[in-house]
Design a protein around this ligand. Structure first.
Ligand code: NOJ
Length: 554
């Protein structure tokens, strides 16, 4: 059975590679698949179980590859299909699993289907693969409804018909070069099932499903009561919206989390299960309230759903404890394992979000140790293990469509996508011999992999040690049971402190306070997020903003 308690993904450490920014092998300034292959040993030594690769498919790259023009081929910027096969095989030889992205909500307007749609008359089947409609108003000059794009601006663009006249409109919830697919159309289902099988046949171990909650749409010709408000409510980083207003807007989003998406995933699950080797899927689905997310991981649907609670979490004991309890209780109800995500290519880097600089770095390390000790799967975004911060970029180099569609009001996500510094070579830190697609900050030398490997107290060394303990300590390495909520036991603590045990023989203490704390403990210190943890007379003292793991088996 593919979701038995021994399934590898139930408590895997999965590392996100954003290929464009990982390692360039040919000097064109962009990372590629051969670059990833050249760093597999690094990833193996880091102690992860699987690699999730963000899209490397044929794409005009208007949205970092999430605008797919051919989901069954490799973009030449990233290499060739042979490179993809080599990467899958070499990773497998090292015992690493490979998860690839699938982007079912939209195709690039460079996809042959969209080109065919433009070359055909309104009303033909070639347009029915997307959401094409006549506009409103006397001459169809107004879009079919008032929805806004999540990237800013309207969610509809108008096409020019073959005779040169202004014609129909098509829906795009993201950039205008990402046309939403019509999942009422069986052709769309067939095409995606073909893509799933294509990559499963190549040996991939799973899929990360982009905008998994977005495929089915309702009331597509109806105006929304507050489209701008809805777009703002969907952005969790916007904090100035009153909670009640946000909740009322998110309670019913006509293009997200509709009932019919679940039929799609039930079919997909049958495909995954028809392959040997414990294949898995993880949904990117921002749904509200979060309890609805568990519907995606019912036993006949997907395997995991990203839990984004920690993506916006502060380093605050009450907040974190509430988020952990909520998550564990919610997923236990459907017997699915939880996941924990601290950052990704769409969000600010962890250190930056927690305030930046030395305090941000301390909190980020403490947060990492807390997260890695929780039951379930963890996702690590490339560079998180180096404690990277978002890079400050001049507007001229920005590439994110969010920046352009909001006229620069929203700076977008490029700051978190700056390439990885590998060596101390001042010339682009070993990422490329050419001009990197985004500049690496000049002061990143002490952040580079080489610098950090040479320092036992570096963040990289912390991750290497913690991941190694996570995969060997009997309490942490165990597969996650169906009643995951029972896997941690909270201990009573002083305000600002979190402490829990996991059996057998594991204790975590996290001090979220500004000042040190002392706790009576009997056990052996396994690791701490900061130096300076001391043990004396049966008491352990933790500096401010520090997490430690203790082995309590004697
Ligand atoms: C979520 C992806 O993570 C993001 O990078 C992308 O822009 C949107 N989906 C649209 O595909």
């Amino acid at each position: 059975m593919s979701d038995s308690q021994s399934s590898w993904w139930r408590n895997a450490a999965i590392y996100q590679v954003y290929p464009r920014s990982f390692q360039d092998s040919n000097g064109d300034g962009e990372g590629d698949l051969q670059g990833v292959i050249s760093r597999l040993d690094y990833l193996k030594a880091l102690g992860i179980d699987a690699i999730w690769l963000s899209p490397f498919y044929t794409s005009p790259n208007n949205d970092g590859g999430y605008d797919v023009a051919n989901p069954r081929d490799v973009d030449p910027r990233f290499g060739s299909m042979k490179d993809a096969e080599e990467l899958i095989n070499k990773a497998h030889n090292l015992g690493l699993k490979i998860i690839v992205d699938i982007v079912p909500n939209h195709f690039s307007t460079e996809h042959p289907w969209f080109k065919e749609a433009l070359e055909s008359q309104p009303g033909l089947h070639t347009r029915a693969r997307f959401h094409f409609y006549d506009g409103r108003g006397h001459n169809g000059e107004m879009p079919p409804n008032n929805w806004c794009s999540i990237f800013g601006g309207p969610a509809w663009s108008r096409v020019t018909e073959l005779d040169g006249s202004l014609g129909q409109w098509y829906l795009h919830l993201f950039d205008s070069t990402q046309a939403d697919l019509n999942w009422e159309n069986p052709e769309v289902h067939e095409d995606f099932e073909r893509t799933l099988r294509f990559w499963l046949d190549k040996g991939v171990d799973g899929f990360r499903i982009d905008v998994a909650h977005g495929l089915a749409k309702d009331e597509i010709l109806k105006d929304h009561r507050n489209p701008e408000g809805l777009t703002r409510a969907l952005r969790l980083d916007v904090s100035d919206m009153p909670r009640a207003e946000r909740e009322s807007l998110l309670a019913d989003v006509p293009f997200f989390d509709r009932e019919k998406v679940h039929d799609i995933y039930r079919k997909w699950r049958q495909i995954f299960d028809s392959y040997s080797g414990d294949r898995m899927s993880v949904a990117e689905a921002w749904v509200h309230p979060s309890s609805r997310a568990t519907r995606y991981v019912r036993s006949d649907e997907l395997h995991q759903i990203f839990n984004f609670d920690f993506l916006i979490a502060e380093w605050n004991a009450d907040f974190l404890r509430a988020a952990i309890d909520k998550t564990l209780i919610e997923v236990a109800a459907v017997e699915a394992p939880p996941t924990w995500v601290l950052c990704n290519h769409d969000s600010p880097r962890l250190v930056t979000r927690l305030g930046g600089g030395v305090p941000g770095a301390m909190k980020a390390r403490a947060m990492a140790l807390l997260t890695q000790a929780l039951p379930g799967g963890i996702y690590i975004y490339q560079g998180e293990e180096l404690g990277l911060e978002d890079a400050q970029l001049p507007d001229e180099v920005r590439q994110d469509p969010v920046f352009f569609r909001t006229q620069g009001i929203d700076k977008g996500r490029d700051g978190a996508r700056v390439p990885i510094p590998w060596s101390n070579n001042k010339d682009n830190f070993g990422f490329t011999t050419g001009k990197p697609w985004l500049p690496l900050p000049e002061d990143w030398s002490d952040k580079s992999v080489d610098s950090q490997l040479a320092k036992s107290e570096s963040t990289l060394e912390l991750y290497r040690r913690s991941l190694s303990i996570r995969s060997s300590h009997p309490a942490l390495k165990q597969k996650i049971s169906r009643n995951v909520a029972g896997e941690i036991s909270w201990l009573p603590t002083k305000p600002g402190v979190l402490a829990f045990t996991r059996e057998p023989g594991f204790l975590l203490i996290a001090n979220c306070n500004e000042s040190p704390i002392s706790i009576k403990v009997s056990g052996e210190l396994l690791i701490s997020s900061q130096p300076g943890v001391t043990e004396k007379d049966g008491f352990i003292t933790l500096p401010a903003h520090t997490t430690c793991w203790i082995n309590t088996s004697h």
